[in-house]
Design a protein around this ligand. Sequence first.
Ligand SMILES: Nc1ncnc2c1ncn2[C@@H]1O[C@H](COP(=O)(O)OP(=O)(O)OP(=O)(O)O)[C@@H](O)[C@H]1O
Length: 259
Amino acid sequence: MLEIRAARKTFYRGQPDEKVALNGLDLTLATGEFAVVIGSNGAGKSSMLNAVSGSLALDSGSIVINGDDITAMPVHKRAARIARVFQDPMLGTAASMTVAENMLLADLRSRRRTLRPGLNAKRLSTYRERLSILGLGLEDRLDTRVELLSGGQRQSLSLIMAVGGSPDLLLLDEHTAALDPRTADIVMSATVRAVEALKLTTLMVTHNMQHAVDYGHRVVMLDSGHVHLEIGGDEKADITVSDLIGHFATKTDRMLLAS
Ligand SMILES: Nc1ncnc2c1ncn2[C@@H]1O[C@H](COP(=O)(O)OP(=O)(O)OP(=O)(O)O)[C@@H](O)[C@H]1O
């Protein structure tokens, strides 16, 4: 379970270019829930993810995971509990190493240092099983160097590597934004398979409204550093892309009227 409580963050406070990134943001995510976060540029989406993962210190408020207040916990300690996949498919994997070697690297990173390195039969079979969750055939390409994979396969590999240590929370930071639409859909299908199979509590930021409609249990729209709108349950099941865009438009209209 994730709880973001009254999170506030202001950059350049008191200066002419002061920017309020988080303005009393409250968000609760139940264990196993998959929420999709949308919002216009500057709404606070990245700041929220950075505050949760620990790279952004809050001015006030708190971040609680499974009942533990981690607000003051350093990034490297949180990393054991929080997995994050970024936009760039080149970032999460080592290009010149094989799929199996990358899986091993992730394994060694996420566990105690006493773990013996080496690709033994037991480990290879575990990796095969884990990769098969993605539905991309990567389980048959353990000896392939990652640089020979497609962008979609590579990003899906990053995802399965990130969640190998059974994290309490998965953060998807526009992880399909750098991919062409077809590849983005492939990665999203692999993502859903992994999230469901491993029962991951997931917070996904996206600018892709179709993905916000198609995936997740709840859509959370941020605006000016706080939650502007949440859509879940039956309402989420019936929502369309134009409905979502309408909620952005309402705000733009208000701003135009006020100006
Ligand atoms: N490191 C920083 N220094 C100064 N201002 C920042 C910094 N990071 C974010 N901001 C400001 O905080 C506000 C929220 O930015 P944030 O990047 O969280 O929004 P976002 O919703 O992720 O936007 P985008 O969709 O463009 O990525 C913006 O006004 C932004 O300019």
